[in-house]
Design a protein around this ligand. Structure first.
Ligand code: C2E
Ligand code: SIN
Ligand code: SIN
Ligand code: SIN
Ligand code: FE
Ligand code: FE
Length: 412
């Protein structure tokens, strides 16, 4: 457990750390992790306000439940919404903007307006006891969500009440977090607008597809990186950029005309050749790499249709001219496809995420496949279309992949 002085100095560092994260999901996870560390809480959740009067349960962590899962497995939780009113603890905090520090959730005084909903405890076998719930307030004093810490622990792991003296500390952290969240929400809205305006000109399909491909890609990367012993610090540093880059993998489709993009049937060879340009066109948008994000976005847009066996596209090209790089033309003068590890890692990862999603869903040109058929296609593509080790990783985390699918359903 940190002492008071350590907590204060950590708080100052954290202000800078959270201000540097621009991806919303990565940020929420970081906020939850650090807030829990600050007060030694076993579990925690974040609720984000949606519209005027709803709270959406957005993120959860729980060390005890996590420890019961195998190593490398992730907690799977479903999102749900609740009204902002005084009946629930989180609702009360969002409604009144006050902090609530409850020593025992199962012994809440009946004079208080709220009660604890123990249904999640019943399902999970977890026992919630102490709860510290603080509002997430932006600089204008508006409440954008709620941060909830669960089960403070002493140094021996016994559950204790949250210290009164920790309240201002957590509130201060929550205020910094709220501003960072607001900024990330704005970035995300901007990116989503850019995608839905440009990419498909059909907002119906875009959001969920793009979110799923990004979320799958992150999970594949994390599981692979752990397997390879890539340090957590490096993983964390790349997550943010990878997520946004994966969301923009098809942004080059902006430049493809509607009669090709939305053709309700199979492409001719010429149409397919035009469509293939979306990789190069997308990559050019990020050319000149000003940041990690630009670099990774270029890598993903350019390489997500390369194949492990070298038969993908666009191959070894000069991004500016689109012509083969010197020494990389085949006998017909076409660029040779990139092969195996010539394909950058994030390209190999997004390729799997993208095809898994494309096959699982209905598109204008195809019906949805059954999960069995999709997984069969991925397995039989291991070593030809896809990096075989990454397919291994993907099959290992298939439960997490399914939960993402459930979290971002296609809109009707
Ligand atoms: P997308 O719909 O996001 O599909 C991404 C990739 O998933 C495809 O890359 C392909 O590797 C795989 N995929 C999708 N559907 C099928 C399928 O039915 N069978 C198999 N074996 N693989 C599938 P690809 O082929 O390079 O296509 C890139 C993009 O071009 C697609 O993105 C889609 O927007 C468009 N596209 C491809 N073929 C057609 C077509 O016949 N008609 C139309 N309208 N669009 C197509
Ligand atoms: C962002 O937040 O920076 C946009 C991408 C995302 O949120 O996933
Ligand atoms: C609440 O804040 O009342 C919801 C907490 C929970 O059910 O876990
Ligand atoms: C879609 O049809 O949902 C989008 C295709 C894509 O963006 O890959
Ligand atoms: Fe693509
Ligand atoms: Fe795609």
């Amino acid at each position: 457990m940190l002492d008071r002085k350590q907590k204060l100095s950590r708080l100052i560092e954290l202000g800078l750390e959270v201000s540097q994260i621009s991806d919303l999901d990565v940020l929420l996870e970081k906020i939850l992790t650090e807030a829990r560390k600050l007060v030694n809480a076993d579990a925690g959740s974040i609720y984000i306000k949606e519209g005027k009067d709803t709270l959406k349960f957005s993120h959860a962590q729980n060390d005890t439940l996590q420890a019961k899962l195998g190593p490398g497995k992730k907690l799977i939780y479903t999102t749900f919404s609740m009204p902002i009113n005084n009946k629930s603890i989180a609702g009360f905090v969002a409604n009144n903007g006050t902090t609530s520090n409850i020593p025992d959730a199962y012994k809440i005084s009946s004079v208080l307006p709220f009660s604890f909903d123990g249904s999640y405890d019943k399902i999970s076998g977890y026992h919630t006891q102490s709860m510290l719930t603080v509002p997430l307030k932006n600089t204008r004093g508006q409440i954008i969500g709620v941060l909830q810490m669960i089960n403070a622990q002493d140094d021996d792991g016994n559950i204790i009440a949250f210290l009164d003296e920790d309240e201002p500390l957590v509130q201060h952290f929550a205020n910094m977090a709220a501003n960072a969240i607001e900024r990330a929400q704005l970035t995300r809205t901007t990116i989503m607008r850019m995608i839905s305006m440009a990419e498909l000109r059909d907002p119906k399909e875009t959001g969920p597809h793009v979110n799923r491909v990004a979320a799958y890609s992150l999970e594949i990367y994390e599981a692979y990186a752990k397997r390879k012993g890539i340090p957590q610090k490096k993983i964390d540093a790349q997550r943010d950029a990878l997520r946004m880059a994966a969301m923009l993998h098809d942004v080059g489709k902006v430049a493809i005309s509607d009669n090709i993009l939305k053709k309700p049937g199979k492409f001719t060879e010429e149409e397919y050749a035009v469509m293939k340009q979306h990789t190069v066109l997308g990559a050019r948008l990020f050319n000149g790499a000003r940041s990690d994000f630009d670099e990774i976005a270029e890598e993903v847009a350019l390489n997500h249709h390369e194949r492990w066996d070298g038969k993908g596209y666009p191959g070894h090209i000069d991004l500016e001219t689109g012509k083969p790089l010197p020494g990389y033309a085949d006998e017909d003068g076409n660029p040779r496809g990139k092969k195996e590890e010539e394909i950058p890692l994030f390209g190999r990862i997004v390729a799997i995420a993208d095809v898994y999603d494309a096959l699982s869903c209905k598109r204008v040109y195809k019906e949805a496949w059954s999960e069995e058929d999709v997984l069969e296609a991925l397995k039989s593509g291991a070593g030809s279309q896809f990096d075989p080790e990454l397919i291994d990783v993907f099959m290992e985390i298939i439960d997490v992949i399914r939960s993402i699918q459930a979290r971002y359903p296609d809109r009707e």
